[in-house]
Write a protein that binds this ligand. Structure first.
Ligand code: DHB
Ligand code: MG
Length: 631
């Protein structure tokens, strides 16, 4: 399908917005009136600029407060409209969005409004302009799509149809299935936006918190399916008013935006393919006519191959000390790079002495720089990532070494697609057995695997990151939640693969402050799974690293709200072990001290199918790490 984006969704000047939309691969744009009015170039040049970039101008918007007015006002509105039709000729666009009247003065009389819309359509038609009438969720009298369609049907003019905007419909939890009752050719335009569910004024919610499909709580797949079933064949156009996107790099936002449409089209295409199979051959007559672009299948069984930590000198020493205390062996070294492989069970940590991604200001502190993800078909995963505009990182160069493709996540973390164990884990052959300097007799330490990785995100790229992992790796996001760190709120959203072999927890400072551990809880961490958290904590202590101390107040509270046996509680207190429970599941976990400014480790034990991350304990952990730093 044709893909478009409203200029209001991107930051910058009109020219910058057009360039960003074109660079991401959009086919067209909706031009928001303010963007045009503020532009220092005449409409004709805007048209040429867009054409040079390969962009069509699919819509001019919005024309406000037109219908439901008194007769004198109608004449003034028609005069204003004529001027815009002239302008649209210059711009080379044939569709004008008219949103339902939101003014207090609007007159609630359907016959009047329909007659006035007819006049507008009649005035538009000599210009070859079509009027797409959109019900704003906060329209004074017209605030739902059925009503806008009733008026358009009553006005009955070939140049008049409706514009459907998912936000106005889904924000009210309205049922989109009624869209199928609108003739497809009368749906002149489709605007898509997602949003997180919030209890707030509709206009404020719409103007500040919209996001791209898949980043919020709406079911855009079901919504769009209804529009396609109605027979709509026009563009899928993103109209996203968002405070962060308005202020971030438009090229990044446009790529994020296009990614969201790729995923949406793919989901619709998959549904259609499944229906075809169910219906058998020859049943295609009633299907919509649009072509839905598909993506290669996502990895179904993604799991951690490794996590790479870059660290120098003191930073590397403290990582080694903790890994050794947790029973990891330094098993091998990379054949051509200063990278050590440390492993315990299925948990593998690459410790790298350099990482250009950390930049020239890197202080050598330990930081997560790469996730190695085991997938059944690495080539397919890389191809899917490429179609989703994930930036490709240069392949490892030495021809004798395995060729694993990698892409950059929005925060710069490299994501490597590694062949899974069935295929012999080729990348491990790049490592030669180490001279057993640090062979650990950690037989008593029950670390089994990497449970999850926590990555603190740059403020501008949090929603982008969750869509990135969801789309590129096929992960499922959990609900987003907020955690009160001692120095600011932190928003957190975890994602997991189908069988939870891969879990990633993304955090961001709600106020956009702090990218380091000493501000807003902004550190990264690697959490290891084990099957005996007490043994793990005691072994780590015996290995010379004391778990992060947790205040007695926490254990007093635990006594008050749980029925954990006093002896168990006492053993938890001694080892800084925290606790959470959800249904029949239980979660035990402890932390290491901070290793430098950015990184710590966690060890977790999941019991009885617990699927969370102990979010209730996050503020305790953050306060404890902070106390440790200021001691
Ligand atoms: O918030 C607004 O004013 C506004 C304008 C045009 C639209 O298409 C819309 O959905 C909202
Ligand atoms: Mg809209």
């Amino acid at each position: 399908m044709r893909r478009s984006i409203a200029t209001v969704s991107l930051s910058g000047t009109l020219e910058e917005k057009l360039q960003a939309a074109a660079a991401a691969g959009f086919d067209g744009v909706e031009i928001f009136e303010n963007d045009l009015v503020a532009a220092p170039v005449p409409p004709r040049e805007v048209r040429a600029m867009a054409a040079d970039l390969g962009l069509g101008i699919d819509l001019y918007q919005p024309f406000r407060d037109f219908e439901g007015v008194d007769d004198a006002q109608l004449e003034r509105n028609l005069r204003r409209a004529e001027a815009k039709f002239e302008l649209m000729l210059e711009l080379g666009t044939d569709t004008m969005l008219v949103c339902s009247n939101a003014s207090e003065a609007a007159i609630g009389d359907d016959a009047r409004a329909a007659a006035q819309l007819h006049r507008l359509a009649e005035a538009a038609s000599p210009y070859g302009v079509r009027i797409a009438y959109e019900a704003l969720a906060w329209g004074r009298h017209v605030d739902d799509y059925r009503h806008s369609w009733r008026l358009a049907a009553e006005a009955d003019h070939p140049s008049l149809g409706v514009c459907l905007d998912s936000f106005h419909i889904l924000s009210k939890r309205d049922d989109p299935s009624g869209i199928r009752d609108i003739p497809g050719e009368k749906i002149f335009f489709l605007q898509l936006a997602d949003a997180p569910y919030m209890a707030m004024d509709l206009l404020q919610w719409s103007r500040h918190y919209r996001c791209f499909p898949g980043q919020g709580g709406f079911d855009l797949t079901a919504f769009t399916r209804n529009v396609l079933e109605a027979g709509y064949t026009g563009p899928l156009s993103l109209e996203v008013f968002n405070d962060v996107f308005r202020a971030s790099d438009p090229h990044r936002t446009a790529a994020d935006a296009l990614r969201s449409l790729s995923v949406l089209e793919d989901a619709l295409g998959r549904e259609r393919a499944a229906e075809r199979v169910a219906e058998g051959p020859g049943a295609d007559g009633a299907r919509p006519r649009v072509t839905l672009t598909r993506l290669p299948d996502p990895p179904e069984d993604a799991a951690y191959a490794f996590v790479e930590v870059a660290a120098q000198e003191a930073g590397a020493d403290s990582v080694r000390a903790v890994l050794a205390a947790l029973g990891f062996d330094h098993t091998s070294d990379h054949r051509s790079k200063p990278v050590q492989l440390w492993s315990r069970g299925d948990a593998r940590v690459l410790l790298s002495a350099t990482d250009p991604r950390l930049g020239h200001t890197w202080d050598g502190d330990a930081a997560v720089t790469a996730l190695g993800v085991e997938v059944a078909d690495p080539d397919r995963a890389a191809q899917r990532a490429d179609l989703l505009l994930a930036p490709t990182l240069p392949r490892r160069r030495d021809p004798a070494e395995s060729r694993i493709s990698a892409v950059a996540a929005p925060d710069g973390t490299a994501v490597f697609f590694c062949p899974s164990s069935q295929q012999g884990r080729g990348w491990l052959a790049d490592f030669a057995a180490a001279a057993v300097r640090d062979r650990n007799e950690g037989a008593g330490v029950p670390v089994t695997a990497i449970d999850h990785v926590g990555l603190f995100q740059p403020f501008d790229h949090f929603d982008e990151a969750s869509l990135f992992y969801r789309s590129v790796l096929g992960l499922t996001p959990d609900a987003s939640l907020e955690v009160a760190a001692p120095d600011g709120l932190v928003r957190s959203r975890a994602l997991h693969s189908h069988d939870s072999g891969l879990r990633i927890a993304l955090n961001v400072s709600v106020l956009g402050r702090g990218t380091r551990a000493d501000a807003a809880g902004g550190a990264q961490h690697i959490a290891f799974a084990c099957d005996d958290v007490f043994a793990a904590a005691e072994a780590m202590r015996a290995g010379g690293v004391a778990p992060l101390p947790i205040p007695d107040n926490y254990y007093d509270d635990l006594a008050a709200r749980t029925d954990l046996a006093p002896a168990v509680r006492e053993r938890m207190r001694e080892n800084g072990i925290l606790y959470d429970r959800a249904g029949t599941g239980e979660f035990f976990h402890f932390y290491t001290p901070m290793l430098g400014n950015r990184l710590f480790f966690e060890v977790v034990q999941r019991v009885g199918g617990y699927t969370g991350y102990g979010a209730a304990n996050a503020p305790i952990r953050m306060a404890a790490h902070r106390a440790e730093r200021t001691r």
